[in-house]
Design a protein around this ligand. Structure first.
Ligand SMILES: [Zn+2]
Length: 149
């Protein structure tokens, strides 16, 4: 009987492992206005996400020991401070960043969405302190008004 229990646990664990490995997070990048530079920026964010989605989500989950809480995210591209959004609010991403800053900002804002599921945290905690160091490096942009989260 004990053997059957362990076999059952292993099968269930393997099922979760397989489900986690195949899970996708889809982000739809939409320019807020039909400005050519915003349309191009939305395409660039999409190129980044197509290449990096699994790597980014896996990294966020591994480092935080949390499960990314969403399967679909809407991101609007405009010219302003980036914002993680959440609930019914879309993520907002600046159009004019170079590609590497677009990637860093996207990961940063996804980090905010990941942290949104934490229910217990000190009221005076700067959420950016919860981010792993590579994501926290974007904090200089927070002070510069890049991230308004
Ligand atoms: Zn931030």
């Amino acid at each position: 009987m004990k053997q059957l229990l362990w076999i059952g646990i292993l099968i269930i664990a393997a099922g979760f492992e397989a489900a986690g490995a195949n899970r996708k997070v889809t982000i739809t990048f939409v320019p807020q206005e039909n400005k050519p530079e915003w349309v191009t920026a939305a395409e660039e964010y999409n190129v980044i996400w197509t290449a990096e989605a699994d790597h980014v989500i896996d990294g966020l989950e591994r480092v935080s020991h949390l499960h990314f809480p969403e399967d679909k995210v809407k991101a609007e591209i405009y010219e302003g401070a980036s914002f993680s959004g959440g609930g019914n609010r879309p993520m907002l991403l600046r159009a004019s960043y170079p590609m590497e800053i677009k990637k860093a900002t996207l990961v940063h804002e996804l980090g905010h969405r990941m942290n949104a599921q934490l229910r217990k945290r000190p009221a005076d905690l700067d959420e950016h302190r919860l981010f792993p160091v590579p994501i926290r490096r974007v904090d200089g942009f927070v002070r510069a008004g890049v991230c308004r989260s």
